[in-house]
Write a protein that binds this ligand. Structure first.
Ligand code: BGP
Length: 466
């Protein structure tokens, strides 16, 4: 096939993302303990090479240098998260921290002055530990504390932020905390997870209502991790398995947060197995219906492939979504061997088409997509630059399908890569490097990777030859 220039719509958002807990470091502003710091204290061995979130990319001290790096790698937009624990250092509630306000205002000003639009996310897995002790997302009191935090952010930073997001991947903490043991407090209990999920959706709606009050020019939405679901075959049992997996992992947050309604089939299924949350009111449902996302961030890494369950489950064991399906690995597919994820670039097109066809073609962008690689120093040349042609290829392959989605009428406004500079990641710490810029953890030296240079050209040309 002959090569062609793929040009994106004017004003397309080129950028990347990270989050407070993964990049800032503790700093001296004062900050409440987060669930990650708490968990690390209790079980440091759960974290790769015993590295905690306190040892990070030290963005809090180096943000001016980092904003210059954003510029040098072609960013016209960037997603940060605002740390709830830093804003409210007294256990996530009480008096707001003037030093935290000063830090974020400085950072956002610096970004704006350098042509980098601020995409601010309010929650990226970093619950203040004291609020987790009060029940975390299972507690209405914590929902109120979150809404107060959100309201404070709109008031303090509303003039500097381009777009707001209530949550990053709300499904993650529910899966990790209540079903799969990768997030504090590591409970296995679906029904409690359903309650926490319900209150997360309610918190999203209440934050949107608070944002409306300020009549800011920004939009507010949510960032969801959505893997298009595919059955192993067209056999009805496999198709049914895929439908159920899709309800649990895709529609569970997408429907209530974007359409204002929980999927009926999921509600019926949970009722049948007595797994519906106990605490919900008509007023909650009305608030959820009234306050939906105005913009949608799509995190896309891999497809979900499933088949009908072949092995029996233990009906005495805890209720889990995988009672209804088994994951399926399609033979012969390209994999990200470090993460165990299938690389399926067409999935980005499928996902965008789903949003176009089933969610009113709401304004959306790719808010995460990227390639984690272990021991990336292997790919350094003699000048110390990581020569990551594999990442450039990965980005191009996905962007070609994103471009096609736009051609097919999807309302896609931008692409943000995960991540900007190599940063700390939940239990994987610094195992898998994702950045456009590499980090020497010992010296904090940052070096633009080959992909960072590519990204600058991509953004300057608003496209690339493919
Ligand atoms: C997403 C999260 C990010 C980031 C990324 C990579 O789910 O929103 O915070 O961590 O995944 O994941 P990992 O670093 O575990 O490979």
């Amino acid at each position: 096939m002959s090569k062609q220039q793929l040009t994106f719509p004017e004003g397309f958002w080129w950028g990347s993302a990270w989050s407070a807990e993964q990049a800032e470091g503790r700093g001296e502003t004062g900050k409440a303990e987060t669930v990650w710091e708490r968990w690390y204290k209790e079980q440091p061995y759960r974290f790769y090479q015993g590295i905690s979130s306190e040892v990070t990319t030290d963005h809090i001290h180096r943000y001016k240098e980092d904003v210059q790096l954003m510029k040098q790698t072609g960013h016209n937009s960037f997603r940060v998260s605002i740390s709830w624990a830093r804003m409210f250092p007294n256990d996530g509630i009480g008096a707001v921290n003037p030093k935290a306000i000063a830090f974020y205002r400085d950072l956002f000003n610096e970004m704006n002055q350098n042509g980098v639009k601020v995409f601010a996310n309010l929650y990226h897995f970093d619950m203040p530990a004291a609020l987790q002790d009060k029940g975390g997302w299972e507690s209405r009191e914590v929902v109120d504390a979150y809404v107060h935090f959100a309201d404070t952010c709109f008031k303090e930073f509303g003039d500097l932020v381009y777009h707001w997001f209530t949550f990053n991947e709300p499904l993650g903490p529910i899966l990790g905390s209540y079903l799969e043991d990768f997030h504090y407090p590591n409970i296995i209990d679906f029904k409690r997870g359903a309650q926490a999920a319900f209150f997360t959706v309610l918190a999203h709606a209440k934050a949107i209502a608070a944002h409306k009050k300020y009549q800011l020019p920004s939009k507010i939405g949510v960032i969801l991790n959505l893997s298009p679901t595919f059955p192993r075959s067209q056999n009805p049992a496999d198709v049914k398995a895929a439908e159920i997996a899709d309800l649990f992992y895709v529609r569970s947050f997408l429907d209530p947060m974007v359409k204002g309604e929980f999927p009926e089939k999921l509600v019926e299924l949970l009722r049948e197995y007595d797994q519906l949350p106990a605490d919900y009111t008509e007023k909650d449902l009305a608030e959820i219906k009234e306050n939906t996302a105005q913009i949608l961030g799509l995190n896309y890494y891999e497809p979900r492939r499933v088949k009908a369950r072949l092995t029996a489950i233990n009906p005495e064991g805890p209720f889990l979504p995988d009672w209804f399906f088994e994951n399926h690995v399609m033979p012969g597919r390209r994999m990200n061997e470090y993460r165990g994820w299938e690389i399926y670039e067409k999935g980005i097109h499928d996902l965008c088409m789903d949003i176009k066809e089933n969610y009113g073609n709401i304004e959306a962008f790719i808010s995460e997509n990227g390639m984690g690689v272990a021991d990336e120093a292997r790919f350094m040349n003699e000048t110390g630059q990581v020569v990551d042609d594999y990442r450039i290829e990965y980005i191009q392959d996905h962007l070609a399908y994103l471009w096609k989605a736009i051609e097919d009428g999807c309302n896609i406004k931008g692409y943000h890569l995960w991540a900007f500079i190599d940063c700390w990641s939940w239990i994987n710490a610094y195992k898998n490097r994702y950045g456009l810029v590499s980090l020497d953890l010992a010296t904090q030296k940052r070096t633009i990777k080959k992909s960072g240079e590519f990204y600058k050209q991509l953004s300057d040309n608003n496209g690339f030859v493919y």
